[in-house]
Write a protein that binds this ligand. Structure first.
Ligand code: ADP
Ligand code: ZN
Length: 214
């Protein structure tokens, strides 16, 4: 499957993407994970992205398009991909459309994961992430804690609160989402690709996607 996952920070895009990879071997492509990996590695890309990310601001479109142009042409994308956190602005969506046409790929749909704002806020403040950039497993101190407190079940690295998960950065990320990313819902509706899933459980989202894919 070739899907775009849309939704506010904390809507569950990453969790849903990980579950979908298990269905047919499609790969999850999370621009947030790629950028956090680059920051940890101290690469050129990481140095450019770091300050934007800490503040909860978007990284410039040119940087993101450079990453994605390469990533989407890697061989593992042939089976399918789940775009998690990209596109994030109308210019990114427009440039993605041109890129996909050029490389001969068509999307199945854009899934808007619609979750109430109070649920989102609660999730973001209680979310914890594995600090190993190759793993980045997601936990929740209330609903899904690691088996041993502070230690990732999958890889044994430390499970931490992300630097952009302070209250201030969270409110900035949500404002940025409303201003820059929410317009993509209308964009993909116009393209005839949108489905909206109003759900608080990731299983319900997966089932709606499966039903739509047929
Ligand atoms: P979330 O969806 O929980 O906000 P992500 O992991 O998707 O978190 O993104 C974390 C940060 O990485 C964003 O706040 C932003 O700074 C940067 N980022 C990720 N994807 C993009 C993108 N497509 N365009 C611009 N910035 C991005
Ligand atoms: Zn881990």
């Amino acid at each position: 499957m070739k899907l775009i996952l849309l939704g506010a920070p904390g809507a569950g895009k990453g969790t849903v993407a990980k579950l979908l990879t298990e269905i047919d071997g499609s790969v999850q492509i999370s621009t947030g994970d790629i950028l956090r990996g680059a920051v940890q590695a101290g690469s050129e890309l990481g140095k450019k992205a770091d300050a934007f990310m800490k503040a909860g601001d978007l990284v410039p479109d040119e940087l993101i398009m450079g990453i994605m142009e390469e990533r989407l042409q890697e061989p593992d994308c042939e089976k399918g991909f789940l775009l998690d956190g990209f596109p994030r602005t109308i210019p990114q969506a427009e440039q993605l459309k041109v890129l996909l046409e050029r490389i001969g790929i068509s999307l199945d749909m854009a899934v808007n994961i619609d979750v109430a704002r109070d649920v989102i806020l609660d999730r973001l403040t209680t979310r914890r992430t594995c600090e190993n950039s190759k793993c980045q497993a997601i936990y929740n101190v209330k609903s899904n804690p690691p088996k041993v407190e502070g230690i990732c079940d999958k890889c044994g690295s430390a499970v931490v609160q992300r630097e952009d998960e302070t209250e201030e950065a969270i409110s900035n990320r949500l404002a940025t989402y409303n201003e820059k990313t929410a317009p993509l819902i209308g964009y993909y509706d116009n393209e005839g690709l949108l489905i909206t899933v109003d759900a608080t459980s990731s299983d319900a989202v997966i089932n709606a996607i499966k039903a739509k894919l047929g």
